[in-house]
Ligand binder design. Sequence first.
Ligand code: DOR
Ligand code: ZN
Length: 334
Amino acid sequence: MKIAVKKGDDMHLHLRRGQILRSVIGFTSSQFKRAVIMPNTGPPILTAKDAVAYRDEIMQYQVGDFQPLMTIQVTDCTTPAMIEEAKEAGVVAGKVYPQGVTTNSQNGIANFKAIYPALREMQNQQMLLLLHGESPDPEVFCLDREEVFLSTLANLAGDFPELKIVLEHITTEKAVLAVKKFENVAATITAHHLLLTLDDVIGNLISPHNFCKPIAKRPEDRWTLRQAAISGNPKFFYGGDSAPHAKEMKECSNGCAGIFNAPVALPLLAQIFAKYSGFSFLNDFISKFGADFYGLPQTKETIILAEKDWPVPNEYDGIVPFMAGKTLRYQVID
Ligand code: DOR
Ligand code: ZN
């Protein structure tokens, strides 16, 4: 059996630069028409000029009509003029990492008030604010970091009512409730958070390739995320958070957070939606709700998936994909 699904939007993607970018870009450009590109590269994307150079690098590879939607990282040093320049250069959003919460976020912010002038300008310029929603306080237990962040979200949503805010890669029931509460807030949901709980990371043997930030939580959180994703609520849309790291950076002490799910994105989403809701809301989740929230035209193309067992390879260029060695029920046919 074959099914046509939309070639839509991955609203949260890490591509890195150089060799890794070259290795991974094709997985996304073959399954999605557009993707929101995260700025936590080394060095980070902080200015309009950085974003343009990064976009040029992405476009160098054979990516067909794929459109990278560029972001800059907003830090204590981001001025309103930098926001204005970024908007002029086509940057769609500013990403904020609280300090030290994840990969390459040492330059993140400690105090949100310090970036209020930048946020005000983003609101004026109709640029979106993308939040890594975890508390940077090292005293906060890791499973509680998202929940503790929600009071900051409430302040931001209230202080900037015209600013569109995306709470990225949500993992908890509490986050789902918060997103529903604030009119100007939406959320991305990854495929891996629809599948994993903490048990899949450390419940038996340790599984570094299931380790990401925010870490997968409890079964009831996963259940609530699934309901949000399949319910047809336009506040929740797909952002894969594919985050490639070389195998040896994952399989070691101090292993990096990040799940490389780009190769399996659409087959996995098809499998999840087939199991929990039928396909009715899959197209909206990957091509309508995100585009609408970002104020972009919806994509029109479709892509064909076959219902056919697909053993996921163990590695792609030294990077281990999500579900490596497992068999998925769908496969992209090109
Ligand atoms: O697991 C993660 N990996 N979470 C993030 O927020 C960043 C990402 C990365 O860049 O590796
Ligand atoms: Zn991310």
